[in-house]
Design a protein around this ligand. Structure first.
Ligand SMILES: Cc1ncc(COP(=O)(O)O)c(C=O)c1O
Length: 419
């Protein structure tokens, strides 16, 4: 039996690297397959196929916006991915905006922001994140030499860490930002695949999401949020589709407002429709049940890892923090790249190794892990296991068995956990 929440894969290959790119949801594949015969231009043709595709694209935009709780006056702008969405927002900031972020962010939420961005230290608990932000925004509002300032401020935070899987207190951070007259953008690249994310309910101003991490691997992402900055900013790309009028003189251009202003060029129809299909499938699913299932796998994995004495996990907030299905760890005395390669070669298990495009955070957590355990033989990079829809207890057990065999080749086999 197959269903819309099945993921595609290759028999025998165990994919535990969803946080990098999740597999394709059947619903996304079906939507793309269904549309392919109709494939034609979007916003650019008078034919029936083109009209069908234009409608499909705009319906998909609506579906994605609804799924993420967009307010009626928000824009839903189709991008390539989260990196693209955050770069777009960075270019749309009003002059003089100060961005405030944390040092624990993915590079996509560290590097696009302008000079003068405030990078707050990585907090050791969700409550500390809220307190640190409060203090920083209070200080910013006080202004230089105590002269109060009302210049725009944007807080940029992740919803869930791609290194530790820990969830950030997004709603509380949004309340704090708004209390100080700031706006907030949430990088939901890792949160959205695991829990419902609703812009209006969280009261955040902008949301950035990647389709390929949300089971829609056809190259679309979105930036959703407040229209005013986006409509006032220069277009992200200059070109066809972003204009209202182009005169003969070189600079006689009136740019469009609305999402089209930042979507010049032919849009990614199939990617957008695939992402919308995932949104529809997830909206119809029992998310609480999916979450409970994922949390059970997470407990199984973390319990199994904790039973391997050489394994040290990476964490920011503490062992009991709320998490999504992502775990990073090191094996003391062993090279992480070599372990990842052995898992792939000998066990057909795909995981990620490295510093996960969050170098400042990963380095800090590796140092913290060394201090916590007193071990001096931890490697300089880590391993990351991540999962979601379609992942099974058997896959987790196979990984744990493989790790036990790699870590202690001649030692006793891992004790089997309860089913
Ligand atoms: C938390 C987080 N933000 C942003 C990104 C960037 O996503 P993309 O590569 O799809 O732009 C990633 C990718 O790993 C991520 O984990």
């Amino acid at each position: 039996m197959t269903g819309p929440l099945d993921v595609l894969g290759v028999p025998g290959e165990i994919n535990l690297d969803y946080a990098a790119s999740a597999p394709c949801l059947r619903a996304a594949a079906d939507a793309v397959t269904g549309l392919l015969p109709w494939y034609a231009s979007v916003h650019r043709g008078a034919g029936a196929l083109s009209a069908h595709c234009t409608l499909a694209y705009e319906r998909a935009r609506q579906t994605i916006g609804d799924f993420f709780g967009a307010r009626t006056d928000d824009h839903v702008i189709v991008t390539r991915n989260t990196t693209d969405a955050l770069n777009l927002l960075a270019r749309a900031l009003p002059a003089g905006t100060t961005v405030v972020t944390f040092a624990g962010e993915h590079h996509a939420n560290l590097l696009p922001w302008p000079t003068g961005t405030v990078r707050l230290p990585v907090p050791d608990s969700p409550a500390a994140a809220v307190r640190t932000l409060d203090a920083a925004l209070r200080e910013l509002r006080r202004g230089p030499a105590g002269r109060a300032t009302d210049r725009p401020v944007l807080v940029a935070v992740t919803g869930a860490s791609n290194v530790t899987g820990e969830c950030w207190p997004v709603a509380a951070l949004a309340r704090q930002a708004h209390r100080h007259g700031a706006r907030i953008v949430v990088d939901a690249a890792q949160l959205a695949p695991h829990v419902p994310v609703d812009l209006a309910a969280l009261d955040v101003d902008y949301l950035a999401v990647s389709g390929h991490k949300l089971y829609a691997p056809f190259g679309a992402g979105v930036l959703i949020g407040r229209a005013d900055w986006l409509d006032a900013a220069p277009p992200y790309l200059a070109g066809g589709g972003a204009t209202g009028h182009v005169g003969d003189a070189t600079h006689d251009v009136r740019w469009a407002t609305g999402p089209g202003r930042h979507e010049a060029g032919t849009p990614n129809l199939l990617g957008t429709v695939a992402l919308a299909a995932v949104c529809t499938a997830l909206a119809e699913a029992d998310r609480a049940a999916l979450h409970a299932r994922e949390q059970a796998l997470l407990t199984r994995l973390r319990t199994g890892l904790a039973a391997l004495p050489e394994v040290v996990d990476l964490r920011t907030f503490g062992a009991d923090a709320e998490r999504v299905g992502i775990v990073s760890f090191v094996v003391a005395g062993r090279d992480s790249a070599e372990i990842a390669a052995t898992l792939a070669r000998e066990h057909r298990i795909g995981v990620r190794d490295g510093l996960f495009c969050a170098h400042p955070l990963a380095r800090r957590l590796l140092a913290e892990a060394a201090a916590r355990t007193g071990r001096r033989d931890l490697p300089p990079t880590a391993l990351r296991v991540s999962f979601g829809l379609g992942s099974t207890a058997d896959q987790v057990d196979r990984l744990l068995d493989a790790l036990a065999a790699i870590v202690r080749p001649s030692g006793p086999a891992r004790r089997q956990p309860a089913p």
